[in-house]
Ligand binder design. Structure first.
Ligand code: PAF
Length: 266
C-alpha cells in the first residue's frame, strides 16, 4: 500500500474510491471491501475536513486513529491511502459550492447550517483529484449520500456513486466513529434508536399513518434529546403516505453530549 500526501494521476480503467475522515470501523470496512471487490485500484482518503464542522463542533476532538486506520487499510488491500493536508486542499479565498437550498438545509442541515456546503466542497475536490470511476458512501449518512448523488447528477460528473448498507452492532446500534464518545450508560440508551426505527418500519408496513407512526417512534425514544424523527422519500421530500421502496425514516438524537443519527430505507 502506498501512503501519499500528494496525489499522482493513476492509469487504471477502474478506480474505486472511499473518502473518509478516518477513525475507521466496520462500517468503513464494508465500503472498502465492496470497493476492493469491484475495482482494479482502490483508493482510501482520510481527511478530517474543517469546512464541514461548524463553530463549537467537535473538529479538534474528532477521533484521529491513523495507526489503526493504516492497519485496516492494509488488511483490506487498499492500494493508495491518500492523506492530504489542509493546505493541499484549501487555498483561502475560494470558489465555493452550495448545497441545494432546500435539501441541504433540512434535517442535518437545519441544525448544522452550512455543513453540507463543506461536505460537497471537499468531496468534489477529492473526486477531481482522485478521478474515481466509482465512489462508495454509507447509507447511514443518508442525507449526505443523497446530496452527493445530486451533485454528481447536477454537475454531470462521470462517477458512479455506490450506496452501501448500514452496518450495525450486535444490539442494533449503527456503527459510527462518534459511538466512541458514549459512556456505558449512554451506549445502553442508544439502543432505543434502532428499536424506534424497527417500530416505525413495523407500523408503516402494517398500514399505520405517518403521523401515528411518528408519534409511536417519539415515545420509543423517550429520555433521549430528540433532534428529529422524519419520514421522507428517497429524495428527501415530504411524503403523504408510506411508499414501498421509496421511504426513509430518519432519526437524530443526542445521547448525553453526543449527537447520533440513524435511518432505515423501506
Ligand atoms: O462521511 C464522511 O466521513 C465525510 O463527510 C466525507 C464524505 C469523507 C467528507 O469529508
Amino acid at each position: 500500500m502506498k501512503i501519499v500526501k500528494e496525489f499522482e494521476n493513476l492509469e487504471s480503467r477502474s478506480i474505486g474510491f472511499v473518502p473518509t475522515m478516518g477513525a475507521l470501523h466496520d462500517g468503513h470496512r464494508e465500503l472498502l471491501k465492496r470497493g476492493r471487490a469491484e475495482n482494479e485500484l482502490l483508493v482510501l482518503s482520510i481527511f478530517v475536513n474543517p469546512t464541514q464542522f461548524l463553530e463549537g463542533e467537535d473538529f479538534s476532538k474528532y477521533p484521529r486513529t491513523l495507526e489503526e486506520d493504516i492497519k485496516i487499510a492494509k488488511e483490506i488491500g487498499v492500494d493508495i491511502l491518500f492523506l492530504p493536508d489542509v493546505e493541499t486542499l484549501y487555498s483561502g479565498d475560494e470558489v465555493s459550492i452550495l448545497a441545494p437550498k432546500i435539501r441541504g438545509f433540512i434535517l442535518e442541515g437545519k441544525g448544522r447550517v452550512g455543513h453540507f456546503n463543506g461536505v460537497l466542497q471537499v468531496v468534489l475536490k477529492l473526486f477531481n483529484i482522485v478521478k474515481p470511476h466509482k465512489a462508495y458512501f454509507g447509507k447511514k449518512d443518508a442525507q449526505q449520500l443523497i446530496l452527493i448523488e445530486s451533485m454528481v447528477k447536477n454537475l454531470f460528473l462521470d462517477i458512479e456513486i455506490v450506496p452501501v448498507d448500514i452496518v450495525r452492532d450486535f444490539d442494533g446500534v449503527a456503527l459510527s466513529s462518534r459511538n466512541r464518545y458514549l459512556s456505558k450508560e449512554e451506549r445502553k440508551l442508544a439502543i432505543k434508536i434502532p428499536k424506534a426505527l424497527t417500530t416505525g418500519e413495523t407500523l408503516l408496513k402494517s398500514g399505520n399513518s405517518l403521523q401515528s407512526t411518528k408519534r409511536a417512534m417519539l415515545s420509543a425514544l423517550e429520555d433521549l434529546e430528540i433532534g428529529y424523527v422524519e419520514i421522507r422519500d428517497r429524495n428527501l421530500n415530504l411524503l403523504q403516505k408510506f411508499e414501498k421502496e421509496n421511504t426513509i425514516i430518519l432519526i437524530a438524537v443526542k445521547v448525553g453530549k453526543t449527537r447520533l443519527i440513524d435511518n432505515i430505507w423501506l
